[in-house]
Design a protein around this ligand. Structure first.
Ligand SMILES: [Mg+2]
Length: 176
């Protein structure tokens, strides 16, 4: 699609922004330890963590070794909102993995408008902060946002976010 069409399409959807977590929300994946065992079985070698820990590595998206099981309930929600909302991946996976993550999504017929990914090398950024920065950077003032996530500490941060910003826009949090 040409850039002007994409811009018009996003403009028509801007009243609602939907944020989807990736791991254990859109996709069920093996634990890190189970993934490393699968890696060793497939390659005959221990995973080399000298450069990246497993989940920070592009290899962690090699779906011929690591199975990605689409969570049907969340996929259905994606189908429900995709045509009239701006869709965004909101993940603590690192920014340098965007291409690999997009590839997995493509293979399952999922097209997200934006990817909001972790910048930090140390502690994880609060997802509420990631949402606010994203809206500001893209000059978006939606009437409603919806968020899907599985992690207890993220959901606590999102509940606080809802209490603080619920007057500015309607916020729906989905525990996946
Ligand atoms: Mg998750």
């Amino acid at each position: 699609m040409n850039p002007k069409l994409i811009k018009n399409l996003l403009e028509s959807k801007k009243d609602k922004v939907c944020f989807f977590d990736f791991d254990e929300t859109l996709f069920l994946i093996p634990t890190i330890n189970a993934s490393k065992i699968l890696w060793k079985q497939a390659t005959g070698k221990d995973f080399d963590e000298s450069k990246y820990c497993f989940h920070d590595s592009p290899d962690s998206f090699n779906d011929s070794i690591i199975p990605f099981e689409l969570k049907r309930s969340v996929y259905k929600e994606y189908l429900r909102v995709k045509d009239d909302s701006i869709t965004v991946i909101l993940t603590h996976r690192k920014k340098h993995l965007k291409k690999e993550m997009k590839w997995i999504l493509d293979r399952h017929g999922i097209k997200m408008d934006y990817f909001v990914m972790e910048n930090n090398n140390g502690s994880r950024t609060n997802k509420a902060v990631m949402i606010l920065d994203f809206l500001k950077d893209n000059n978006l003032k939606p009437k409603m946002i919806e968020v899907w996530d599985d992690k207890a500490d993220v959901l606590i941060d999102l509940d606080k976010f809802q209490q603080q910003y619920g007057k500015d826009f309607e916020i729906k949090i989905h525990r996946t």
